[in-house]
Design a protein around this ligand. Sequence first.
Ligand SMILES: NC(=O)c1ccc[n+]([C@@H]2O[C@H](COP(=O)([O-])OP(=O)(O)OC[C@H]3O[C@@H](n4cnc5c(N)ncnc54)[C@H](O)[C@@H]3O)[C@@H](O)[C@H]2O)c1
Length: 370
Amino acid sequence: MIIGVPKEIKNNENRVALTPAGVAELKKHGHKVYVQASAGESSGFNDDEYVNAGAETLPTIEDIYGIAEMIIKVKEPIASEYPLIKKDQLLFTYFHFASSEPLTHAMIERGAVCLAYETVEKSDRSLPLLVPMSEVAGRMAIQEGAKYLEKPSGGKGILLGGVPGVPPAKVLVLGGGIVGTQAAKMAAGLGARVVIMDVSLPRLRYLSDIMPPNVTTIMSNHYNISAAIAEADLVVGAVLIPGAKAPHLITRDMLKLMRPGTVVVDVAVDQGGCIETCTPTTHENPTFVIDGIVHYCVANMPGAVPYTSTLALTNATLPYALQLANKGWKKACNENEELKKGLNVANGKIVYKGVADAWGLELSEVDAIL
Ligand SMILES: NC(=O)c1ccc[n+]([C@@H]2O[C@H](COP(=O)([O-])OP(=O)(O)OC[C@H]3O[C@@H](n4cnc5c(N)ncnc54)[C@H](O)[C@@H]3O)[C@@H](O)[C@H]2O)c1
């Protein structure tokens, strides 16, 4: 198959969908890979590395869309890319169709085959192509929290791990899923006293088994959260209710329970945030202060560490990309339910319920197009 990797053009997107290692793997299976010039530069991969791995570089995005049967990307195509997409061209990338009606209509009109990273799903209902970004964001939450706890950044001026003779900081993690687990591990590793809360007792049992002794698990409820935020130096929001807005576990009037200079990192801000006062911020201007509480609410945290994020993402996407390239999308989806769940739009039809529901459009049977 002929595979094309365009340079991401969405504002502040520094990741790339394929590494030189990925190119070598696809080449090994007999595929031809074209990478747009400088596509990997912001992630730390230069054109020579791609060429040495067996790719050819092409100067423009038009060249890439023009030649490829399968486009592998990171973010959804933006409006200037719509006219470049050819009928029956396979696009394997994050789409998040439910947040963009124009994108949905554009992909239907272009006749593209859209396989969305975010809906590839395993039989245990986990989302293997979202997990790596949650892992990055969870680990980053502590790094960023530690930075904003420093006095010049507006925080209390407390060192997360303390020093001999001085107690470490207290970290509260709301939600013990992927983000929360990684955040708790990082905070514990730095020596903080960590509390992790979740509503799932089986999850708390699991966390209690695997976490080091400086992590305590507590059931998440209003009473326990109110008590914990009064003590916390850093609060990480990591709650997710699939398909719904995040619940506001810390409301505006609860901020007064917290001490000035406390930092909240609301990783769940992309789903509305679990702290009521959080609104999305960017890496250029990541924080704001309300009632003395420093809010960090960057909606695309992994974007700040493109090298790590690119490797984490491509480790997860490459095995699926290989199946698509080796078998073609129809056979690959027929033989792999996980990939089939990733199909959102094909043959000018919507085949994923969440997308059809989001825009009140007709849903077609996925098996009918395979
Ligand atoms: N800002 C970013 O850059 C970024 C990056 C990656 C992920 N995220 C977001 O982070 C959030 C968490 O993602 P995840 O992968 O860890 O999800 P996950 O499904 O693995 O974990 C969510 C956890 O929240 C728990 N939960 C639900 N209701 C709760 C409540 N009332 N109190 C406490 N816990 C509760 C669930 O039981 C679950 O364990 C999502 O909104 C995700 O979109 C943001």
